[in-house]
Design a protein around this ligand. Structure first.
Ligand code: NAD
Length: 475
């Protein structure tokens, strides 16, 4: 569908800070009634969430278009569909995921029932990010619902149209007391983080991740941190450069490079750098044509602040004599446009290699061996994703055995995100905790050990008591 004629967009309304504690207390009180324990109740909530997207799809798609000129098809495929698949997966598997597991109590407890129960944590807080607002906010929420929790939902205020759409529709479809939306930025999130939750799930940058983790630690609240980092691509001598370039440029350009698992930089055999850069140029031409700016499938940077950050890094990098803009390089502040841009002549200590890029700039760094690539990656923080392009399985195995990353994909990128059976999350600086599919259910579940003993038959308990009680006999 083309982005035009859709129903009126919901307005972004800040949740008054004074209301936040009342909202949270109401959710806790309702959670304490036990209503979320019923599996059929949870399934009805999940079905309602699915319906919410089905019945209001154009509003959700248009909201992301307003936020960052994201094409409806892109939002549908990489934000809404991924979430819907996760909902279907949870609906199909909830019975088996949640089933208590009988375990052998052992000889001394042979008359008892011993089992592992899958219990919810209770009242959870989900703090979402702006770049894929639906799946990053409602994905954790839906895993929490599947596991029987109540959730306070805090979408990112940066994608304000998407946040407004979620705040508008969620209470119309889901239990509004158990799953309220709090809309706001730093003050509202800070107010939320002062409250004691049973679980916190945060997606965003590592700086704020530390603030969230510190707030959680004050209450000994478990938390999941879905953060970012510089995700490398390693290309070896055997890789098909045209295929690698097309997949890399696709993964770097969707959402205008503002994807947590976007390739951040590419390590290419020294003699192949120019050929790979040329293949990247062809790939951009294939994907977006001569001028991506006029192609409605190419989105924009989310805010002027992010635009300034990215163009500043680009300018600093261009000021280094050796750096060449091999592809793109055009920017337009009035439109927050940055072309898919490939840079060569970059070294590991350059400005563009300092922080996660999170935009459509792709540095290519020359390397002399796979060992050098491994050392390069190992010398930096553990990334959220690592990509290898090679036809040599020994190279693939070696890279995987000697590096670490939250996710690893060989000869492709990003597609692991679409598979509910693959847990998603970071490691080290790129985060902790996993979700998607059963991993999401498990993240929101604690395994409660359960032992039920016969109410009578005291005689069998005698051996545990001091000798006196033993000799007095049992009841
Ligand atoms: P953002 O600005 O939307 O911030 C995320 C959330 O943190 C928002 O809800 C925001 O309101 C809240 N927040 C911001 N400042 C805060 C503060 N001082 N105290 C409390 N809460 C605060 O998103 P962002 O951080 O710009 O997102 C980009 C980063 O997130 C990148 O590093 C990216 O790699 C990472 N990311 C990771 C994943 C993942 O799944 N691992 C997904 C998307 C983005």
């Amino acid at each position: 569908a083309e982005p035009n004629s859709t129903p009126a967009a919901p307005k972004f309304v800040l949740t008054p800070e004074a209301d936040i504690s009342t909202i949270v207390e109401a959710a806790r009180a309702r959670y304490n009634t036990g209503v979320t324990r019923s599996l059929s109740w949870r399934k009805n909530q999940l079905r309602a969430l699915f319906r919410m997207f089905d019945e209001n799809e154009s509003v959700f798609l248009e909201a992301s278009h307003k936020d960052m000129a994201k094409h409806h098809n892109e939002t549908w495929a990489y934000d809404v569909l991924i979430l819907k698949n996760e909902i279907v997966d949870a609906l199909e598997n909830l019975d088996s995921w949640s089933k208590p597991e009988r375990v052998d109590p052992g000889l001394p407890n042979m008359l008892d029932t011993a089992e592992i129960r899958r219990d919810p944590f209770g009242l959870c807080l989900v703090i979402g990010a702006w770049n894929y607002p639906y799946q990053l906010t409602l994905g954790p929420m839906m895993a929490a619902i599947a596991a029987g929790n109540a959730v306070i939902v805090k979408p990112s205020e940066v994608a304000s149209h998407a946040a407004a759409a979620m705040a508008h529709f969620l209470p119309k479809y889901l239990d509004p007391v158990l799953f309220p939306v709090v809309n706001g930025g730093v003050p509202e999130t800070t107010a939320l983080l002062k409250i004691r939750f049973d679980h916190i799930f945060y997606t965003g940058n590592g700086f704020v991740g530390k603030i969230v983790a510190a707030a959680a630690a004050k209450n000994l609240t478990p938390c999941v941190l879905e953060l970012g980092g510089k995700s490398p691509v390693i290309i070896d001598e055997t890789a098909d450069l045209a295929i690698a370039a097309k997949r890399v440029m696709w993964a770097k350009s969707i959402n205008c490079g503002q994807t947590c698992v976007a390739p951040d930089y590419v390590l290419v055999p020294r003699g192949k750098v120019d050929a790979f850069a040329a293949a990247c140029k062809d790939a951009v031409l294939d994907l977006y044509g001569e001028n991506p700016k006029t192609n409605s499938h190419y989105p924009r940077v989310i805010t002027k602040r992010q635009f300034d950050r990215l163009t500043d890094v680009l300018d600093k990098q261009k000021a280094i004599g050796t750096t060449k803009v091999a592809v793109g390089g055009e920017t337009d502040a009035s439109d927050l446009y940055i072309a898919p841009t490939v840079l060569t002549g970059v070294s590991g200590s350059d400005p563009v290699m300092e922080d996660e890029i999170f935009g459509p700039l792709l540095p290519i760094l020359p390397t002399d061996s796979v060992n050098e690539c491994i050392d390069f990656v190992r010398a930096r923080e553990k990334p959220l994703a690592l990509y290898v392009f090679s036809k040599n399985q020994k190279v693939v195995d070696d890279v995987l055995a000697r590096t670490d990353s939250g996710n690893a994909v060989v000869n492709d990128l990003l597609m692991n995100m679409t598979i509910p059976n693959l847990p998603f999350g970071g490691v080290g600086a790129s985060g902790s905790g996993k979700y998607h599919g059963k991993a999401g259910f498990d993240t929101y579940t604690h395994t409660r050990s359960y032992l039920q003993c016969p109410a009578g038959m005291d005689l069998v308990t005698m051996p545990r008591y001091p000798k006196m009680a033993y000799s007095n006999g049992g009841r």
